[in-house]
Design a protein around this ligand. Structure first.
Ligand SMILES: Nc1ncnc2c1ncn2[C@@H]1O[C@H](COP(=O)(O)OP(=O)(O)OP(=O)(O)O)[C@@H](O)[C@H]1O
Ligand SMILES: [Mg+2]
Length: 255
């Protein structure tokens, strides 16, 4: 599927259904994400947000449906999408330095018969600079704070040089200053022409942070501007009364 200027959408998902042990985590999800957008994925715990990200990466196989990246089947373009996993899914005790983690983003670009070159190291260091982690380059990843580790993982994704970045809850467990710093990096990445899809659980900041929101709970409930998505009726359906601050959110979404 293409847009007005004939360039394909960054991500096209059609009738995506993904199950674990015969239970559907995602059901018939169809959505097109245009380029140069900062998109937030929202929905309650267990809604299928991480599964959506993994399906767009080609990490999980759909039962039904297709995922296209830049107009091509995801299985053909594996590696063109960069990924920052949810924190809990990473083994932080793995003995590796900050610099090496950032360099890992380059591995897809390095042929198997060579080792990383000057250009790769430079890209890794530039990415560390972007997330303000240069001074920690030689430290072990396991020695860093949660927020610092998150920045290093963002650097790994940035050094890959992909046009599309998927981030699974990059703000989870980081302090307000780190959250701002990460947000700033995401904003700059968008300005430089990247498309970013970010799982986010804080509805109070969703309208401020993102151009578009994608609301899921197994099915796609809405995709559009924050004003369109942060509607009381929609949110109460998806969060089933677990949310008591509707009016505040709706006001924020509308402002
Ligand atoms: N590897 C797996 N094996 C079996 N079931 C899984 C697996 N991964 C996820 N699920 C199930 O699929 C559903 C969606 O999970 P997913 O991790 O995508 O949700 P989520 O929206 O990211 O949740 P959270 O906000 O807690 O991160 C849940 O019911 C979960 O238990
Ligand atoms: Mg998740």
């Amino acid at each position: 599927m293409t847009t007005k200027d004939n360039r394909p959408n960054a991500i096209d998902v059609r009738h995506l259904t993904v199950s674990y042990h015969a239970r559907a985590a995602l059901l018939d999800v169809s959505v097109s994400i245009e380029r140069d957008q900062l998109v937030g994925v929202i929905g309650p715990n267990g809604a299928g947000k991480s599964t959506f990200i993994k399906a767009v990466l080609g990490f999980v196989k759909p039962d039904i449906g297709t995922v296209q990246i830049n107009g091509m089947n995801v299985q053909k373009v594996k590696g063109q999408v960069a990924y920052v996993p949810q924190r809990g899914s990473v083994d932080w005790d793995f003995p590796i330095t900050v610099k090496e983690v950032a360099l890992m983003g380059r591995y897809q670009k390095i042929p198997w018969y060579t080792s990383p070159g000057k250009k790769d190291r430079q890209a890794a260091m530039e990415a560390l600079d972007m997330v303000r982690m240069t001074e920690f380059a030689d430290r072990q990843i396991g020695e860093l704070s949660g927020g610092q580790q998150q920045r290093v993982f963002l650097a790994r994704a940035l050094s890959q040089g992909s046009e599309i970045l998927l981030l699974d809850e990059p703000f989870a467990g980081v302090d307000a200053a780190t959250e701002r710093a990460i947000l700033e990096v995401l904003g700059r990445a968008k300005e430089s022409g990247k498309t970013l899809v970010v799982v986010h659980h804080d509805l109070a900041t969703a309208a401020e942070y993102f151009d578009k929101l994608l609301l899921i709970k197994q099915r796609l409930y809405a995709y559009g501007t924050p004003e369109m998505v942060l509607q009381e009726e929609l949110l109460s359906k998806v969060y089933e009364g677990r949310l008591r601050i509707f009016s505040d959110l709706v006001k924020k979404g509308a402002s």
